[in-house]
Write a protein that binds this ligand. Structure first.
Ligand code: NAD
Ligand code: WQD
Length: 334
């Protein structure tokens, strides 16, 4: 039987595919490359020395997605495919709701039809909105401030309802904090299309000279240096969390929800200074106004994942900065 990985050519999906292949799991990837490139698949083959079964299919294309279920015996789905740019989701909400929600509904419908009853879903810390306390626990109140976040919250609810309707269903909802870093080979990493929204891809473009200056969005937050604090997690640690979640849903039915973070918060300036120190490059920055919708600080309570999955993040912020930069250097040498 195979694990279907939707969005397996993307940033987190590709790293998870590597970990799955290294554990000898049989996998099938579906991606439409709307935010990734086919050459990621070659890189995965280079790293793992294994062949990959791949379908270039859009989740919205039910007929072709059904072929994937017909031609493979799918045991479980790890569902990464989705659009993820917060700002774009405010400008184009219909595109986000359609892609993320309709795509998931079609996937769940086919899972039901083909008796596939296990799913690991990529949710996000964004579903906690503006948390009243820190660190954030899984049972904190949920709310969102943008259409992207709303798609995550709605999909969580849809999956929970499917679970209620089918007692054989088992689900792990994983709420990621801020994934950064890259595979230590330097072959796969984060490659956003267009101007990056997230901090690390932006730092990387300043480091390689593509952009002159990083704008830090506000230095008047109630944090140790005034800049925003986040729980950055190495993408390889995050990927490994998916394997633990898969083990869990193979054993237990029902809905399990886990925060995947390190439990530690770093400010924007902490991250910039660490990047400069470990990579010996200068990051020009200036302080700009706060970005609308940003919160001052966000970090996870990771006790539940540790106790119930036996998972915790192993890699620190130094390694995240080093690995992210190694990936960019390797790209520019090609
Ligand atoms: P990514 O954009 O690198 O990967 C998503 C992949 O899904 C891409 O390869 C894209 O081409 C594919 N895709 C999108 N829509 C599709 C569709 N309709 N049909 C087929 N393929 C489609 O993003 P990522 O950073 O790897 O994120 C993976 C998941 O994790 C997403 O659901 C995202 O919302 C979620 N998430 C990401 C972060 C983050 O900061 N990166 C944080 C929390 C949650
Ligand atoms: C981190 C910090 C910014 C860019 C977003 C989504 C969230 C999740 C992860 C998907 C903040 C500051 C950033 C810049 C800056 N994604 N910053 N200058 O906002 O915590 O979370 O990505 O689910 O849903 O909202 O991440 O990387 O954008 O920002 O100063 O050019 O860096 O203000 O403090 P964020 P981020």
């Amino acid at each position: 039987m195979s694990i279907l990985v939707t969005g397996g050519a993307g940033f987190i999906g590709s790293h998870t595919v590597v970990e799955l292949l290294e554990r000898n799991e049989k996998i099938v990837i579906v991606d439409n490359f709307c935010n990734s490139s086919p050459n990621v698949l070659d890189k995965i083959r280079d790293i793992t020395k294994k062949d990959i079964k791949f379908y270039e299919v859009d989740l919205l294309d039910e007929k072709n997605l059904e072929k994937v279920f017909k031609e493979n015996d799918i045991e479980a789905v790890i569902h990464f495919a989705g659009l993820k740019a917060v700002g774009e989701s405010v400008e184009q909400p219909i595109k986000y709701y359609h892609n993320n929600i309709t795509g998931t509904l079609i996937l769940l419908k086919l899972m039901q039809k083909y008796n596939c009853d296990k799913i690991v879903f990529s949710s996000s810390a964004t579903v906690y909105g503006k948390p009243e306390h820190l660190p954030i626990k899984e049972d904190f109140p949920l709310s969102t401030t943008n259409p992207y976040g709303s798609t995550k919250l709605m999909i969580e609810q849809i999956i929970k309802d499917v679970c209620i309707s089918n007692e054989n269903f088992s689900v792990a909802i994983l709420r990621y904090f801020n994934p950064i870093g890259a595979h230590e080979s330097g072959l796969i990493g984060e490659m956003p299309n267009g101007i990056p929204n997230n901090i690390m891809p932006y730092i990387l473009k300043v480091a390689n000279g593509e952009y002159n200056t990083l704008t830090i969005f506000g230095n008047d937050y109630d944090t140790h240096d005034g800049t925003g604090v986040r729980d950055y997690i190495h993408v390889v640690d995050l990927a490994r969390g998916h394997l633990k979640a898969l083990d869990k849903i193979r054993k237990e039915k029902g809905v399990q929800i886990y925060n995947l973070g390190t439990g530690k918060g770093y400010s924007v300036l902490d991250l910039v200074y660490m990047f400069e120190k470990v990579n010996k490059v200068k990051i020009n920055y200036k302080i700009g106004p706060r970005r609308p919708g940003d919160i001052s600080a966000c970090y996870a309570d990771v006790t539940k994942a540790k106790e119930e999955l036996g998972w915790k993040a192993e890699k620190g912020i130094e390694e995240m900065c080093k690995d992210a930069w190694r990936f960019i250097i390797k790209q520019s040498k090609k």
